[in-house]
Design a protein around this ligand. Structure first.
Ligand SMILES: [Zn+2]
Length: 324
């Protein structure tokens, strides 16, 4: 039976987004709520409430299923959450917990993979068989599409571009590693640099964005000051762009993608950061690979829910094909 809708859920470090999505990628209805901070069951409850809200008024047989993106390393075949740095979901059987309380099939995947899937199906990467997606947000996520397929690796956990080492013995990463891309570009990393800056004479603009309270300096304060032209704040983000460019040199040399899509809240707000990354990549990558095109994501905050919904449609259609 051909269903009309799927529900896509995108669980982020700061908010949970949900959408009711048509097959062609139109978001019919969507909602966003802050990610609860009261533990894993609070997060699961919020996901279920979002599903209920999205399914209101739609006949259950019209819904193909639910796709959920989590900021976690997921064993896609087992549908288990193996590791999760920014939320307390490691080892939590999110799929079964949701499945036991809803009327539809549930599939979970890494949020970066799903953002890439969204851009591939409906956005900036439509028709690109080889591309790399990076999402710059609370964490640095990403997804690889190679030869028209998401690359998942042996256990489905591949594509963690945010945890490539870009500096030996560099700053600590939330994952426990050192000198990873996320140690420079995740929100906590940018906030930490902002706090350091705000304590100095050059940090006035950043401090102003936090209403003069250094304990309130966060990544957004740095970004706002930078977008208003503050040089010191811009420098923090340009350094992030430089590090991102270096990481991309490695990826482009290794994979020879046609396209690099930069999404996520920080990636979309800071065009100058992306430009710096592109300059570094184009200057340093092996000749012949420098023509990889850079683009910002087209789907904005909807990339995750659209990718999750597309996954739910695919899973539904392959179940139907088996039954036929
Ligand atoms: Zn890491």
């Amino acid at each position: 039976m051909r269903t009309s809708f799927a529900i896509g859920i995108d669980v982020g470090g700061t908010r949970i987004a949900a959408g009711l999505v048509e097959r062609k990628g139109r978001v019919v209805k969507d909602a966003r709520t802050p990610t609860p901070t009261n533990g894993p069951f609070g997060i699961v409850d919020t996901i279920i409430e979002a599903v209920e809200h999205m399914s209101e008024g739609v006949h259950p047989s019209d819904i193909a299923g639910i796709g959920i993106g989590l900021p976690a390393q997921i064993d896609f075949l087992k549908q288990s959450v193996e590791f999760c740095t920014n939320l307390p979901l490691a080892g939590v059987d999110v799929r079964s917990l949701v499945l036991s309380r809803v009327r539809h099939e549930v599939t979970i995947d890494n949020d970066g993979n799903l953002a890439a899937n969204g851009e591939y199906r409906f956005g900036a990467a439509k028709g690109a068989r080889d591309f790399i997606m990076l999402t710059l947000g609370t964490g640095v996520g990403g997804g690889l599409f190679l030869d028209g397929e998401p690359y998942r690796g042996s256990r489905g956990m591949g594509g963690e571009v945010g945890h490539m080492v870009v500096q030996m013995d560099g700053p600590p990463c939330p994952c426990g590693g050192k000198g990873h891309l996320e140690s420079y570009l995740g929100r906590p990393a940018i906030a930490a640099r902002g706090v350091k800056l705000a304590g100095t004479a050059k940090g006035r603009a950043v401090l102003d964005e936090a209403a003069g309270d250094i304990s309130q300096v966060n990544a957004e304060a740095v970004i706002k000051a930078a977008l208003k032209g503050d040089e010191a704040a811009r420098e923090i983000l340009l350094e992030g762009g430089e590090v991102l460019g270096r990481a991309l040199v490695g990826l482009v040399n290794l994979l020879n993608p046609r396209l690099i899509v930069i999404g996520g809240g920080i990636g979309e707000a800071c065009g100058f950061l992306v430009e710096r990354a592109a300059e570094v990549m184009q200057a340093e990558a092996l000749a012949g690979r420098r023509d990889a095109t850079f683009t910002q994501g087209e789907l904005g905050n909807d990339a995750g829910i659209l990718g999750a919904a597309a996954l739910a449609f695919d899973e539904h259609d392959s179940r139907e094909a088996i039954h036929r």
